[in-house]
Design a protein around this ligand. Structure first.
Ligand SMILES: [Fe+2]
Length: 301
């Protein structure tokens, strides 16, 4: 096939996929090619702009490491991550809503007891005592749920953003297993709103778009138990000024936590505390694996 032009090249490229045996993958490629070509046509993309786009993606890739996920951040800030999450997790009306995973999760967080741990590991900030109960959507407390927790510190930074960070010195990250009553309690510091990293390609993109890079304060939770749809969510700080303009579009009304401030005195764990502190309580309600989300995935099959 020769002498292709702007009117017939899309059809010619798609024709090359005729022998693909995987129909799902073939469909994804056909859609990708159609939309990519349509994008170039509809924008009247110039060669200079195409080159800038290639350079942008190349630099984005060069920015990525095991702990710096610039492509996830790009997906998050373009709303693609939350779109994919939303279309893959149609939940029961009372289930806790799914939100973006974000770029700061690190596997291998220390496994800590369900009650009494302090995950701050000397991170500065106002003490915050968290109590979480995990239930099914029918209200049954769920024991044995593995809960990953990760959050920024009081300055708005994750531990991995420290140049001296190593996986032997994690802070504000932990993995718990809920007790017989489906609960876990731990001590941490009150999180603060923070900017996503702006020293890479995503930062330049946000600046070009005249957008702020801020995320409202939150704690990330991931809850996993056999027979239930894994829940990846955040619990946000009520009243945060960025709740309605989260730069990664992740805020859900069902994910606002109850944070309360208390004077110095006795902490929820019964210990004396000489500084003011906060408490946060939340419930995480898990959908069964054969719930709305499971049924939908089966229908795609
Ligand atoms: Fe976060």
């Amino acid at each position: 096939m020769r002498n292709l032009n702007e009117d017939n090249i899309t059809e010619a490229v798609i024709a090359r996929l005729a022998d693909m045996p995987d129909n799902r993958l073939k469909g994804i490629f056909i859609n990708l090619i159609q939309h990519l070509h349509a994008f170039a046509r509809e924008t009247g993309l110039t060669e200079e702009e195409w080159k800038k786009g290639i350079d942008f993606l190349t630099e984005t890739g060069h920015r990525c490491t095991d702990i710096r996920h610039e492509f996830i951040l790009l997906s998050d800030t373009l709303g693609l991550s939350q779109l994919v999450v939303a279309q893959n997790h149609q939940r029961s009306s009372n289930a806790t809503e799914q939100t973006v995973f974000g770029p700061f999760y690190i596997p291998g967080a220390p496994v800590l007891p369900a009650h009494g741990a302090d995950i701050a590991n000397d991170a500065a900030g106002e003490p915050c005592f968290v109590s979480t109960t995990v239930k099914s959507t029918t209200g049954e407390p769920l024991a044995g749920v593995t809960i990953d927790v990760w959050q920024a510190d009081a300055e708005g930074y994750y531990d991995v953003q420290d140049p001296d960070w190593s996986d032997e010195n994690m802070s504000l990250r932990a993995r718990f297993v809920t007790d017989e009553s489906g609960t876990l309690t731990f001590r941490t510091v009150k999180p603060r709103h923070y900017p996503v990293p702006t020293d890479g390609t995503v930062g330049r993109m946000l600046e070009a778009m005249h957008r702020h890079p801020m995320r409202p304060a939150h704690i990330h939770f991931m809850a996993q138990k056999d027979g239930y749809d894994t829940l990846i969510t955040h619990i946000f700080l009520d009243g945060d000024p960025y709740l309605d303009s989260d730069t990664v579009f992740g805020v859900r009304s069902t994910c606002i936590g109850q944070f309360s401030q208390h004077p110095a005195g006795t902490a929820p764990d019964g210990t004396g505390i000489t500084v003011p502190f906060h408490t946060m309580t939340c419930e995480l309600l898990l959908d069964p694996a054969n719930g709305p989300n499971g049924a939908r995935l089966a229908s795609i099959g």
